[in-house]
Design a protein around this ligand. Structure first.
Ligand code: SF4
Length: 455
């Protein structure tokens, strides 16, 4: 985790030059094919250099590189991954972590050519490139777990390239407390992992780890009309509320477009409130393609249909006491919140009054989601509510137990991750490197097409 802000992509020419130097001085290990040497010289070979020795088993590995573009091979003796490290120029053994190579000698990490090819080939062969993000505003709640993250995990099981990020830049539109922004970024990453996302399958990263996204947003903003931004429902709501709007807030949808278009996402799962923003990204992609030539994929909206109401029937939001269930709540917290704040069927005055589940504001709609695949169990709630044989108090308690059972595995994994912050930071670091490598190619294309030259 050394080079946090740079991606030291291996330069194959440099490697080949050093390999040739080294090969001259290398002994060809018994059983190796001489033809595999990266240098034609087979005379006067002696073991005077340790540059290409596997740091794990100390076997000379000069002969395993067959082509100047080779950056990754396996040691024929111990089968560990090999890499010629341009930083320490010695190590040839590397550990693979989340498809990034970590030099065993100097611990520098690399996005190698093969990693990029691997990511690119996944792009080509995957059914979808799925992208979604969550703002780092606080502990996740039940609504976002059932409505979004459970779906993220399902996407991961298919042959998709999944990119899930923590939108820390977007968080700055409403939160200027640096400690909160940074700690919530880690917290959301922990939530992703506790919910079951697999960092070996998905690219999990913080939005700010990919500065290319900010530059792409700047380029896109040049073809985005200000009037259209001001027409977006979220912006209009803010203007109506009389709150002061920052430039960052107005620019939010363009930054979101860069999040989506940078990796050329094909499917963007969002809630209905975010549809206008994805539409704006689609329009921007289309406009850019027509003006500068085919560059962006037009993404599709993957509408999230599961909605979990808060206690008053509103969309479940921040898990403050009066609006939602945190994924870290225990049974006592959940049952207490429903008992105190959960609004049911206002028409029921006493325990034995017949009720109507369709008028139940905050309890029955959650049963409907949780028992989606258990129609018989759902019917019991309906029947007993309609007949007045089920009181709202016990109905809430039963729901609290069901929620507790659902989120307890999350809670346990989350508690373990709390003590593994370094591991979580590592996942974000490597995820950021991979995401950068993907977005970098798009940005280079955009820069070139817009006439921005690197000097
Ligand atoms: S019995 Fe259950 S479903 Fe019926 S109104 Fe009360 S809480 Fe809602």
């Amino acid at each position: 985790m050394n080079n946090k802000n740079i991606i030291p992509t291996v330069n194959p020419d440099e490697i080949f030059r050093i390999m040739q130097e080294d090969a001259v001085n290398a002994t060809i290990p018994t059983g190796w094919n001489q033809g595999a040497m990266p240098c034609d010289s087979k005379e006067n070979i002696s073991l005077t250099s340790l540059k290409l020795h596997c740091t794990k088993c100390n076997i000379n590995t000069a002969g395993v590189y067959k082509h100047p573009t080779d950056t990754e091979r396996r040691c024929p003796a111990c089968d560990s991954l090999l890499m010629y490290c341009p930083a320490c120029r010695h190590a040839v053994s590397a550990t693979e972590k989340f498809s990034i190579l970590l030099c065993d000698r100097c611990q520098t990490d690399y996005v190698t050519n093969l990693t990029v090819e691997y990511l690119a080939s996944r792009d080509r062969s995957s059914r979808e490139i799925i992208l979604s993000g969550i703002r780092a505003t606080g502990a996740l709640h039940l609504g976002i777990y059932l409505g979004a993250i459970r779906q993220f995990v399902e996407y991961e099981l298919g042959d998709n390239l999944c990119m899930y990020f923590i939108a820390d830049w977007h968080t700055l539109t409403t939160c200027h407390d640096p400690r909160k922004v940074s700690s919530n970024t880690i917290a959301v990453a922990m939530d992703y992992l506790a919910a079951g996302l697999n960092p070996e399958r998905s690219i999990i990263y913080a939005q700010s780890s990919v500065p290319e996204i900010a530059e792409l947003a700047l380029c896109l903003s040049m073809i985005q009309s200000k009037n259209k931004l001001e027409d977006l429902p979220t912006v209009k709501d803010m203007v109506r509320s009389g709150e002061t709007m920052s430039m960052g807030h107005l620019q939010y949808p363009v930054l979101m477009a860069a999040d989506i278009l940078g990796p050329k996402a094909t499917l963007v799962p969002v809630g209905s409130d975010q549809i206008p923003n994805v539409e704006l990204a689609r329009d921007l992609a289309d406009k850019f393609n027509r003006q500068f030539g085919q560059t962006f994929t037009i993404p599709r909206v993957g509408l999230r249909t599961i909605k979990i109401p808060g206690f008053k029937g509103e969309k479940m939001g921040e898990p403050t006491d009066e609006s939602g269930i945190s994924l870290q709540d225990h049974l006592e917290d959940i049952s207490d919140k429903y008992a105190r704040f959960g609004i049911t069927d206002a028409g029921r005055k006493t325990r034995n009054d017949p009720g109507n589940p369709d008028n139940c504001v905050s309890v029955y709609p959650v049963y409907k989601v949780l028992r989606e695949n258990k129609p018989d169990a759902l019917q019991i709630v309906e029947r007993e509510c309609l007949s007045g044989t089920r009181g709202c108090k016990e109905c809430k308690l039963e729901l609290a137990r069901e929620i507790d059972e659902l989120i307890s595995p999350f809670r346990e994994r989350r508690a373990v991750l709390m003590n593994q912050q370094k591991y979580v930071e590592e996942i974000l670091h490597y995820g950021g490197m991979k995401a950068r490598e993907i977005v970098r190619h798009t940005l280079e294309e955009v820069r070139e097409k817009m006439g921005i030259v690197s000097f």
